[in-house]
Design a protein. Structure first.
Length: 172
């Protein structure tokens, strides 16, 4: 009797579509990679005294952390196993210009893969994932926008002036 109840309860669990789960896991690898890149870049900027850049990159690392958290939550909701050990290539820049350029490249890729995953979610009729992924996509577009803004500023004011504008007073 008890066994029947247990089986019945288990059967009622929300199971994720395999294609959707694999898509969510590949987005998770993209997010974990971005967290690492932003954290390293943010600390490099702190070390050079570019404190405004440090804070901006740190904030983006935290955005990516939220994305990773939401994806993990969704995968577990679907009774899947989040893969947290896989990272893509972490593109660490040696200079501020390289950091911004690498970040821009990865954020454009993020926009592409989120759009693709939203299509997958639509295909498998998973409206909850469409909504979650669309919300994250908007934030990734914001990250692209930030990187493009830095590019424009470097172009317009020159790298040296841009860097001067990013330094600040160390408070601790
Ligand atoms: Fe993200
Ligand atoms: Fe991002």
């Amino acid at each position: 009797m008890e066994r029947t109840v247990k089986i019945a309860l288990k059967d009622k669990k929300m199971k994720g579509n395999r294609k959707m789960l694999s898509s969510l896991n590949s987005l998770l690898a993209e997010e974990l990679t971005a967290i690492n890149r932003y954290m390293v870049h943010s600390e490099m900027c702190a070390n050079w005294g570019y404190l405004k850049l440090h804070m901006a990159l740190r904030k983006q690392a935290m955005d990516e952390m939220h994305h990773a958290e939401w994806l993990i939550e969704r995968i577990i909701f679907f009774d899947g196993a989040p893969t947290v050990s896989k990272l893509n290539l972490i593109k660490i820049g040696k200079t501020v210009a390289e950091m911004i350029s690498n970040g821009n490249e990865d954020e454009l890729e993020a926009v592409r893969v989120y759009n693709e995953a939203i299509n997958t979610a639509r295909e498998v009729n998973d409206q909850g994932s469409v909504e979650l992924l669309s919300m994250i996509l908007k934030m990734e577009e914001g990250h692209v926008d930030w990187a493009e803004m830095q590019h424009s500023q470097i172009e317009q004011m020159g790298l040296e002036n841009y860097l001067a504008s990013q330094s600040g007073i160390q408070v601790n």
